[in-house]
Write a protein that binds this ligand. Structure first.
Ligand code: FES
Ligand code: FES
Length: 167
């Protein structure tokens, strides 16, 4: 097992939004803090810092995870995706972001990256979801502003039974 002396950092290499990252992190550094403060991927938001609110949700190996419950060192060799990965190179919204915009599914927007990353994981399954399934999937994401109806409505336009994405 590799051991570090006081003050030493772990070398970390992983893929962030399609780009290779080679960096160093203290053993105790959380992935969310590493992304925001060391890499500059500040679209990932941090609120509760103990796994309750879902604001910090990112995709690791395609799975939605709370980056406040994961150490940066645990990302070694992994594929990590944040909200910054959703817009294309022309800075246009992806379909989920556009749906949130059209349905007024955000106010302050602090929770929005977490919601969108959770929904992105669902979208990639390629299947359709009922409203109940979408509500269940989003039950780990908390919004203090909007209520959830607009968020669920936006999700349904992309992921729901009648979505264009499913045709
Ligand atoms: S900041 Fe990670 S779940 Fe709330
Ligand atoms: S839009 Fe403000 S917390 Fe959700």
């Amino acid at each position: 097992m590799r051991t570090l002396k006081d003050g030493q950092k772990h070398p970390i290499s992983f893929t962030l939004n399609g780009e290779e990252v080679d960096a160093y992190a203290e053993p105790r550094t959380l992935l969310c803090d590493f992304l925001r403060h060391e890499i500059g991927a500040s679209g990932t938001h941090v609120a509760c810092e103990h796994g309750v609110c879902g604001a910090c949700t990112v995709l690791v190996e395609g799975k939605a995870v709370r980056s406040c419950l994961m150490l940066a060192a645990q990302a070694e060799g992994a594929t990590v995706e944040t909200i910054e990965s959703l817009s294309n190179t022309d800075d246009e919204f992806d379909d989920l972001q556009a749906a949130f915009h059209e349905h007024f599914a955000l106010q302050c927007g602090f929770c929005t990256p977490g919601f969108l990353m959770t929904l992105t994981m669902l979208k990639r399954t390629g299947r359709r979801y009922s409203e109940a399934e979408i509500r269940d999937a989003l039950s780990g994401n908390i919004c203090r502003c909007t209520g959830y109806k607009e968020i669920v409505d936006a999700a349904l336009t992309v992921l729901g039974p009648d979505s264009l994405a499913a045709e």
